[in-house]
Ligand binder design. Structure first.
Ligand code: SF4
Length: 487
């Protein structure tokens, strides 16, 4: 029987949950937003949506699937009128992937229409939702983001900005928001600044985006990062910056540097590609070994592998080739070739591997299934030795701040020592960069154990933002009685 399967390589990665984009003061704002979302596609492939405003009415299109599949028709984009638009690309964090959860969310308030796109995850969402339902709020989706809309509806403040601030002061968790009203776009980053949000400019018009690569694609200039805890209000030509939350230490997600952000983006003013190379350099210093060739696990292991090869003086080669023309899911024709499925997307470059001692560089080990298959593939291609080096510390804990991670018991590093993990994946040796090594690559002397300079909770278990729902065991109940099959 024909079966649709998910690529086992993609399935064994942590996944960024969402990308957000907004532009105001530019004709064809929706077309610009489509381009921006294309550049942010790596941050979520399960659904995409755009809401635009022509100064009076709002126009929207939401769909399950990738940006290209849903926003390539001129007819679709031309219906999204106006010189302001926001967009969202999604991988579900809270709330199943269903059309009713696809963002931007939209609501009619007494002050007018309001659309909202969110990257992150709210850690007291379930607790707040239960309180709101008791007070009479009727939820349309199962997404945590809708809570913000209801909190705004209940807020006493007069202006949209007052209401948004009042709502966000009740929220805990990680969020970068882009909002649209009939004459403004608004960007907000949570007080710790866990998820990224940047400000750009195109011909005098303002742009907000999760990453700078989304500015590049439309030819916008990077202006600056939206600061942790900052709320920026943008009309066609002006920007107002507010800091409505109590100041707390910055806790930017260190995994954005390792894997989530695109390597051609800049984060906190630094090139992601350059930082990944520096992580590779530190990894070589900490976990060097004699070998003949350094091979990246494509594509995300490549910059770290270049850094590792430069530092270790061992030649770099593309010993595994990725087929870019296979999507994330594909038909697996028969059970008999199940074990070949992995080769649809990756293949060992035998000529460069045969008879060699190979150092494989990857960015992380999640469940370990990918690493096992890669090691097996490289051995089958004739490698004499296979040494795995990982450019992140062991991922031992789940993320509750907007990254899809399995339950801790599914994480290989949660259950096993490095030695046991090495045996599990079948490598001759396995090493991870240390937490301090990672911080050295970031330009710090070491990790500050009292007050870590970044969020690194999935490695350290040191969660910087309260996990209210988890601690209250609050997220066990059913969010909606609407059966998924009917959506
Ligand atoms: S727990 Fe890990 S993935 Fe999640 S925000 Fe913190 S560093 Fe990033």
């Amino acid at each position: 029987m024909m079966e649709m399967i998910t690529d086992p390589f993609d399935d064994d990665k942590l996944r960024e949950e969402c990308g957000v984009f907004g532009i105001i003061g530019k004709d064809s704002a929706a077309a610009m937003t489509v381009l921006g979302l294309h550049a942010l596609q790596h941050r979520g492939q399960e659904a995409a949506g755009i809401v635009s405003c022509d100064g009076e009415h709002f126009h929207s299109h939401h769909a399950l699937g990738e940006v290209g599949a849903n926003f390539s028709s001129e007819e679709t984009v031309s219906r999204l009128l106006g010189s302001a638009a926001i967009g969202h690309t999604r991988y579900a964090t809270t709330g199943e992937t269903a059309l009713r959860n696809v963002q931007p969310l939209f609501a009619d308030f007494d002050f007018g229409g309001f659309a909202l796109a969110h990257n992150g995850n709210l850690t007291n969402a379930y607790t707040l939702r239960k309180q709101l339902v008791k007070r009479g709020c009727l939820f349309h989706s199962t997404s945590d983001t809708e809570i913000i809309i209801h909190l705004m509806a209940m807020a006493r403040g007069g202006t949209v900005i007052d209401r948004l601030i009042e709502a966000m002061r009740q929220i805990e968790g990680a969020y970068s928001l882009v909002c649209l009203t009939k004459d403004l776009i608004i960007g907000v980053r949570d007080p710790h600044g866990v998820r990224p949000l940047v400000l750009g400019m195109l011909d005098g018009a303002y742009v907000l985006a999760s990453e700078t690569c989304a500015l590049d694609i439309i030819g916008a200039k990077f202006v600056r990062d939206v600061e942790p805890g900052e709320l920026v209000v943008l009309d066609g030509r002006r920007i107002e910056s507010l800091h409505p939350f109590a100041a707390v230490p910055s806790k930017f997600c260190i995994f954005e540097y390792i894997y989530f952000a695109r390597p051609d983006s800049s984060v906190e003013g630094r090139s992601v590609y350059e930082m990944r190379k520096r992580i590779g350099v530190e990894l070589a210093r900490e976990a060097g070994i004699e070998a003949d060739i350094v091979v990246p696990v494509p594509d995300s292991g490549t910059p770290a592998a270049i850094g590792y090869a430069e530092e270790s003086k061992i030649p770099f080669d593309l010993g595994i080739i990725r087929n870019h023309y296979v999507g994330r899911t594909f038909i697996q024709p028969t059970d008999r070739i199940r074990h070949l499925g992995v080769r649809l997307k990756h293949n060992a470059n035998r000529r460069f591997i045969e008879g060699k001692r190979v150092i494989l560089i990857d960015d992380s080990i999640v469940r370990g299934t990918t690493s096992t298959k890669i090691v097996e593939m490289v051995r089958a291609a004739g490698a004499k030795e296979v040494h795995m080096r990982i450019s992140s510390p062991p991922t031992k804990h789940s993320c509750f701040y907007g990254i899809d991670t399995p339950q801790p018991e599914k994480l290989l590093a949660h259950n096993y020592t490095v030695e046991q993990m090495c045996r599990f994946i079948g490598a001759d040796s396995l090493s991870f960069i240390s937490l301090d090594g990672l911080y050295r690559a970031m330009g710090e002397a070491k990790r500050n154990a009292e007050q870590a300079q970044y969020c690194d909770a999935c490695f350290s278990g040191d969660y910087p933002i309260s996990l209210t729902d988890l601690n209250a065991n609050a997220n066990q109940g059913e969010l909606s009685f609407l059966a998924k099959a009917s959506e």
